[in-house]
Design a protein. Structure first.
Length: 342
């Protein structure tokens, strides 16, 4: 199947996190002919019931091309014009999957062996697929991870610290607030202190950022709230420890902290001859924890349209990505002697 057709076919299979089974089956079906023709093997690797990673190998892998198969909601199908392919997952990451499969096919046609494709579930929520894969490594020396970087090699990516801030109070009639204790007031005071925290700065990654993503509180306008909760996402430029300490100090006596997710920032590998960038989002790479080799991050499309109703991927970048993945594999195969650097 040709590149654009494969991209659209993948987009048109809804695979919101937790519902990846159908697209996983489809990817397996696409890879079986490559495995049969070039003496490889394709395996679905169960992560949990009805959710599995897809691994295809041709020889003992030296370089693994990997990305995730889940998307954020809401699903919307593909459309196409002269310049772009549109649809949920177009750049994050259905187009990347297609480009990696096409690159692997062309490499195999040229006689390259020692490559693998690894497509994982759950990156958009908790990286469950990458965590499972990290426990089942195959000896790969290099991992090329796909996320939308506009086809530039990312020199680093920010981490993520996701926390819940929970305040407790006492219900009362709003006409007699002195008989209650407002959890909302406590939460607002805690959030105000949190917003004052100076976040670390890294010379490559820049400054950390804070987003108060959701607030859930209260029962009715005439009831003093007994519970209030906010969900925060902090984009880390370090391991997050100083930020944890500052958060605990900010909420002390007002609320409780519950850490949901912690992924440290990453400084990534580079290769000569490739344009570079730095990205503010996180990926599966920290969860792989080096188990599949030295990590690189690159892919077609812009993160600025990922997770939006305007999600799309430029056709020209898809075509370019196939060649970038091929060049990287070839260079890393030769460069097992040190062409890759940090």
């Amino acid at each position: 199947m040709r590149l654009f057709e494969l991209t659209r076919a993948l987009i048109d299979i809804e695979s919101i996190t937790g519902n990846e089974e159908r697209v996983g089956d489809y990817i397996v079906d696409q890879l079986i002919p490559l495995a049969d023709r070039f003496h490889g093997r394709v395996q679905p690797l169960e992560v949990e019931p009805k959710r599995f990673n897809v691994l295809a190998e041709w020889g003992d892998p030296v370089v693994t091309l990997s990305t995730h198969i889940d998307t954020v909601p809401p699903f919307f199908p593909s459309t196409e014009d002269d310049e772009f392919i549109h649809g949920r997952g177009a750049c994050d990451t259905k187009g990347i999957i297609a480009a990696m499969i096409l690159a692997a096919g062309e490499l195999l046609e040229a006689g390259t062996r020692g490559i693998a494709l690894l497509f994982v579930v759950g990156e958009e929520r908790n990286s469950a697929g990458a965590a499972a894969a990290a426990k089942n490594a195959r000896g790969s020396r290099y991992l090329i991870n796909g996320e939308p970087t506009e086809n530039k090699l990312a020199l680093g990516s920010k981490g993520a610290l996701r926390v819940e801030v929970v305040a407790h109070g006492r219900m009362a009639h709003s006409a007699y607030p002195e008989l209650g204790e407002s959890a909302i007031d406590k939460l607002l005071d805690a959030l105000n202190e949190i917003r004052r925290i100076p976040l670390p700065v890294d010379e490559v990654l820049g400054a950390g950022t804070l987003n108060i993503g959701t607030i859930h509180a209260g029962r009715a306008p005439n009831v003093i709230a007994d519970r209030a909760c906010a969900e925060l996402m902090i984009r880390l430029v370090d391991d997050g420890q100083t930020t944890r300490v500052a958060l605990a100090r900010a909420v002390q006596g007002k609320a409780e902290l519950d850490e949901v997710l912690a992924i440290p920032a990453q400084h990534l590998g580079s290769l000569p001859g490739f344009d570079t960038t730095v990205v503010a989002y996180t990926s599966d790479i920290p969860v792989f924890a080096g188990a599949w080799g030295q990590p690189f991050l690159v892919g077609p499309g812009s993160i600025h349209v990922a997770h939006t109703p305007e999600e799309r991927v430029p056709k020209a970048q898809l075509v370019e990505a196939v060649q970038i993945y091929k060049r990287m594999v070839q260079q890393l195969m030769k460069g097992s002697n040190g062409a890759a650097s940090y």
